[in-house]
Structures are given as structure tokens and as C-alpha cells.
Ligand binder design. Sequence first.
Ligand code: AMP
Length: 217
Amino acid sequence: MRLVLVGPPGAGKGTQAQFIASHFAIPKISTGDIFRANVSEGTELGVEARKYMDAGDLVPDEVTIGMVKDRLSQGDAQVGFLLDGFPRTVRQAEVLDELLAALLAVLDVVLELVVDDDEVVRRLSGRRTCHRCGHVWHLDFDPPTAESICDRCGGELFQRDDDREDTIRHRLEVYADQTSPLIGYYGELGLLRGVDATGPVEDVTERAINALRRFEA
Ligand code: AMP
């Protein structure tokens, strides 16, 4: 199955991508994760990407597209994949079509996780990540005992720069301007399926898997 997952920041794409990819035994390719790994390793690509990520802006296409092209040409992606966070613009979607055509492949389905803006701000502004072990807590949904200490390892918790409320509002504007046109693009191609992404994580996963079952090879 070749699948693209779309939805605003905070829709739970990362979490759902993990469950869906493992359910259908396909690799999860997340451009945000690849950028973050490069940022923590201090690579040239990471240094470049960070300037945009911290501001909540999109990393330029010249950087992003080459990275996705490399990843899609790797062996494990030939049987199928789940793309999380790419494409994020209609231009990127057109490039994806071209990359797949060169591999004699087509997309099977685009799954949209549907959630409104206020819920997104509530979810993202409460996220706290542990510096030491990387565990992600949430001040409302999964609170640590003390606001800034990880209960698992005692490490210090921090808020991702792009999870601050003003940056979240900006990321939502970027989504509305640049990414939401994808919904129309894939709708016209007949590839789009939407699922309600509110409520317990397991319920969203179940809805997503049910919506995708018929595309399983
Ligand atoms: P995410 O984890 O998907 O929310 O991505 C985090 C950040 O990485 C985004 O806010 C962008 O700055 C950058 N990013 C991820 N995917 C893309 C993409 N397809 N195009 C441009 N920038 C991206």
C-alpha cells in the first residue's frame, strides 16, 4: 500500500502513522522525523532545516524533495510506504507523482486526519519532551508528577520551540495556506478519505485502519 497521511499539526499524524504503518507492515517515512534527526546530529541539512522549523515555516523544496527522493528509492519502500508530513504543498504532491511515475508506481490512498484548530492548540501547547530519554508527556492528558521533571528517568522536560502557542498558530496558518489545498488536489483525483481524529488514540487508529483496509495489497 502506498499511502499519504495529511492533517494539521497536532492531528496526531506521528502517533497514528506509527500504528498504521506497523499494522500494514509498511515503512513509515516522516519528513519531520528525518529533519529532527538531522538537527540533533548537527548535519548540514539539519542546520539549514532548523531555521525554518523553529519558526514554524516549511523547509524549502530544494532541501525537502531531494531527501524524500533518496528515501523513496531505498529497498524497503518498494513494496509500499506511509508518508507522514510529505507532501505539504501542491507542488510537492506533483513532484511525488513524478517520483512515483519514475518508479512505475502510483499512490493508493490519501488519509486525512480531521481535527479543529482549538483542539490542535490545546494538544500541542501541553506537550513536554524529556531531554534525556525523549519521552513525550502532556500537561493535560498524560501529566508528569512535577511539571518539568520526567517521571521515567528524572531528566528535565522541555517544550519544543515549534510547540509554543504563537508558533502553533503560525503553523496552523501555514497549513491553511500551503497544505490544505492538497485536500482539494487529492479529492479531485478520487484518492482522499477522511477520518475523525478526535477522541481516544485507539479509536482513531481503528477508524483509520477500517478506512484503509480495502487498499491493502
Ligand atoms: P512535522 O513533525 O511533520 O510537524 O514537521 C516539523 C517541521 O519540519 C515542519 O514544521 C516543517 O518546518 C518541517 N517539514 C516537515 N515536513 C516538511 C515538508 N514536507 N516540507 C517542508 N517542511 C517540512
